[in-house]
Design a protein around this ligand. Structure first.
Ligand SMILES: NC(=O)c1ccc[n+]([C@@H]2O[C@H](COP(=O)([O-])OP(=O)(O)OC[C@H]3O[C@@H](n4cnc5c(N)ncnc54)[C@H](OP(=O)(O)O)[C@@H]3O)[C@@H](O)[C@H]2O)c1
Length: 163
């Protein structure tokens, strides 16, 4: 299982239900990494997707305890136990945790790799990712050159779980 996330310099990931920043090249990177794979997300993140539609060409698994929440286009799991049962039939290399905060926190211990897009800015944020630089299990293994978009600098990082 892997995670993919875009963070700011404080490891902020969201504010008032939205992303902190949308960078087209990062959206493309996210699509390239997850296309054809299984994406796992919380109900809040699912509802923040454009038109509340599942991500195309991916198997969408959404965690929700709300029995009223139903959607035939996605797989809904009511607990981590149910999620892990559902995941048994997939190759663990194909599983991508895509947020938000609560789901990253619960599933990070099961991840072997985290792809981090580090946006070199600080935004108002109310949701955060775990700071992997302060986490002894996680080691930075790759760091791209700085890229820029609209005067925003960002890099693609890869962290490995040394667990
Ligand atoms: N920067 C990034 O890369 C990135 C990526 C994704 C999301 N985000 C941001 O993160 C924020 C959303 O994060 P969030 O923590 O508020 O919400 P979230 O993790 O997307 O969803 C939380 C919901 O997931 C369900 N859930 C979580 N754990 C569960 C479990 N063990 N069993 C069953 N259901 C479970 C619950 O749904 P019910 O309430 O229906 O029970 C819970 O309310 C937004 O601002 C979004 O834009 C950022």
């Amino acid at each position: 299982m892997k995670a993919i996330v875009a963070v700011d310099l404080d490891w902020g990931i969201g504010y008032k239900g939205n992303l902190l920043q949308r960078i087209p090249a990062d959206m493309k990177y996210f699509r390239e990494k997850t296309i054809g794979k299984v994406v796992i997300m919380g109900r809040e993140t699912f509802e923040s997707l454009p038109r509340k539609e599942p991500l195309k060409d991916r198997i969408n698994i959404v965690l929700s305890r709300d029995e009223q929440f139903k959607n035939e286009k996605i797989i809904i799991c009511r607990s981590l136990e149910e999620l892990f049962l559902k995941l048994e039939k997939y190759d663990s290399e194909d599983l991508f945790v895509i947020g938000g905060e609560s789901v990253y926190i619960q599933l990070l211990p099961y991840c072997t790799v985290v792809y981090v897009t580090k946006i070199e800015n600080i935004y108002p944020a109310d949701k955060f990712f775990i700071n992997l630089d302060q986490h002894e299990s996680w080691k930075l293994s790759e760091l791209s050159d700085a890229q820029s978009y609209d005067a925003i600098s960002y890099r693609f990082l890869k962290y490995l779980n040394q667990g």
